[in-house]
Design a protein around this ligand. Sequence first.
Ligand code: MG
Length: 314
Amino acid sequence: MFERVDLPEEVYIREVAPRDGLQAEPRVVPVPERIRLVDQLTAAGVSRIEVTSFVSPQWLPQMADAEAVMAGIERKPGVNYAVLVPNPKGAERALRTAPDELTVFVSASETHNYKNVHCSISESLGGFHRICAMAREAGVPVTAVIVTAFGCPYEGRVPVNAVLDLAVRLESMGIADITLGDTVGVANPLQVAEMVRSFQLNAPMVRLSLHFHDNRGTALANLLAGVLAGCTRYETALGGIGGSPFSPGAGGNLATEDAVYCLQEMGIKTGIDLERLLGVTRFLEEIIGHPVPSRVYQAGGRMVPVGIEGTLNE
Ligand code: MG
């Protein structure tokens, strides 16, 4: 099928389960377990972790006590511990905990932005100006997620140019690290490849990451399409937990285990120890109190041949 496949040597995974995953769980996971989850991810070799979110605990009780989580984790040198902030007030709280990175988010479609954060895209960007100024003073980089970048539950398909324009506006504020989120899991591999190419051509100064949801079973195929198109940065969630509030229970984030297995079996490095990671998945199941959807976890990890003798099924 391919005459020659150019694969990258390494793909970078940013783990979002402690934030994106746990915030979607009905059970509020206590702070000590949230801390242990992050520490175990660090020990498994994950080098970028979205630790928590500084949203109001009235909105999201799952993310309450974000300060205590940040104070409790053991930070390994070289590992990036990021936090999500919804507004300047959240950024002020977050910066007191010395994160390695602040992450802001905005929708690619106006309707979704209104539903999500109750303001227009321009108003969101206005808040980012203030957040960027605060972060600059503290010497902390700001990254952004453009959600609904591949499709919006209210407006349908989102034009590539709308996503590009928004990314360019973010980049002009000093936010060069941008993740495109397929929030409701509608992207297809061709669309992903075209989006990546479009950024390479029209916004080469943007450091692009992709974040897929598996609502329709396309998340891993989308990651592979992104990799083949030259994008080497992805956000995934341990166990495949998390998901969209618009389609509860209908498929979460792409599972880190599944991404790591697929990439490593293809000879692409991720820096993550899959066996150790699966141990963290077991712990995750304990603290959330239900099985996780990761296929690689369910299959028991890599195939270990049991040998021929005595294993024949008659
Ligand atoms: Mg997500």
